[in-house]
Design a protein around this ligand. Structure first.
Ligand SMILES: Cc1ncc(COP(=O)(O)O)c(C=O)c1O
Length: 348
């Protein structure tokens, strides 16, 4: 269901409002709209190198590589690093792009229950794999809860494993200068995946880490090698998103305030809000029919909140994934309040 014009959207990942307010500005004169080829062939542009340099400065990594999407970054990373004979331990609620990357790697994949570092340790203890990897989101996209990155780093260090962290929903939102949850906790992942299509307001994604890691991905990540590079125009906008997010303490404060207000409203109206932190507020209704009915009731009131159903979330946990935006404003909050009051009084 696409949002109708004029509808208040409360399920976007544009957490800081950069995508919808034009804050990233125009593409600089002379920056091309397309690459014309894979980066390895003739598609390398200054905009890519500028963006990768900005990422390294922001995140404090030696290297970064830009992909056309977060899906491509996760699939490329996992299938380039892990292979037959290796073990990848993956959180049960990891994003589909991580799941598909695990599958493509042809490594042994052990899916552990959500947020259970001790299960990761058990998987390592039971394995004789040549190389080991843990892959997790830092801030989970459908549940708004957080991986225990310190515990995962400890387990990885104890078993000589690599920690791969997807910060898609955390960059720009958490941590010092919006650098995400790894930075907030002082945890150094072996590879950090970020996307430009969420808080940073543009599109595309990246993997950041060591120079040898990025060299390896340059040649081995098939979703990078065999795909036309990210549009230079989009790369230049993404660089502006990084620059803005780095200094946007006001945006993060506003986002926190809006998320707090939405949480309070949802609790007040008796919506079945699952515990979460940050801008993602999962209203877990259980069956898909209930979630669809609630989404339709809100749509009739001018508010767009997509019903999220299996297989995006596990069976029996269909939900409305309500998200906060720093630019919702007092009017938006009031519209949201009125809609939630009506929808949750009338339905579940
Ligand atoms: C955790 C996570 N990783 C990766 C992606 C994929 O990012 P993209 O939309 O840039 O392909 C998403 C998209 O929703 C996501 O939630």
């Amino acid at each position: 269901m696409a949002p109708a014009a004029g509808r208040l959207v409360l399920c976007s990942n544009d957490y800081l409002g950069y995508a919808t307010t034009g804050r990233l500005g125009a593409v600089p004169e002379g920056v091309g709209s397309g690459c014309g080829a894979s980066r390895l062939v003739a598609g390398e542009h200054d905009a890519h190198l500028g963006l990768e340099g900005a990422l390294c400065r922001w995140l404090g990594t030696d290297a970064a590589l830009v992909f056309t999407s977060g899906y491509a970054a996760n699939v490329g990373l996992l299938s380039a690093l892990a292979g037959p004979g290796d073990l990848v331990v993956s959180d049960a609620l990891n994003h589909a792009s991580i799941v598909d990357g695990c599958r493509l790697s042809r490594a042994t994949v052990v899916v552990v229950p959500h947020l259970r570092p001790e299960a990761v340790r058990d998987a390592f203890r039971a394995s004789t794999a040549r190389r080991r990897f843990v892959v997790t989101e830092s801030y989970f996209s459908m549940d708004g809860d957080c991986a225990d990155l310190c515990a995962l780093r400890e387990v990885c260090d104890a078993y000589d494993a690599a920690l791969l962290v997807d910060e898609a929903h955390a960059l720009g939102v958490f941590g010092p200068a919006g650098r995400g949850r790894c930075a907030e906790l002082g945890v150094r992942p072996d590879a950090l995946v970020g996307t430009f299509g969420k808080a940073l307001g543009a599109g595309g994604a990246f993997v950041a880490g060591s120079a040898p890691l990025v060299d390896w991905l340059w040649n081995r990540a098939r979703s990078f090698v065999f795909s036309t590079g990210l549009s230079p125009a989009v790369a230049s906008l993404a660089a502006r998103g990084v620059q803005l997010a780095e200094g946007d303490e006001a945006g993060r404060a506003s986002l926190e305030q809006v998320a707090g207000a939405l949480r309070e409203i949802l609790r007040e109206v008796g919506a079945p809000l699952a515990p979460s932190t940050g801008p993602i507020l999962p209203v877990v209704l259980g069956d898909a029919g209930g979630a669809l009915r609630a989404a339709r009731a809100l749509a009739d009131l001018g508010v767009h909140v997509q019903a999220i159903r299996p297989p995006t979330v596990p069976a029996g946990s269909a939900r409305l994934r309500v998200t906060a935006s720093a630019v919702l404003g007092a009017d938006g909050l009031e519209r949201a309040r009125r809609a939630f009051v009506s929808a949750f009084r009338a339905s579940p």
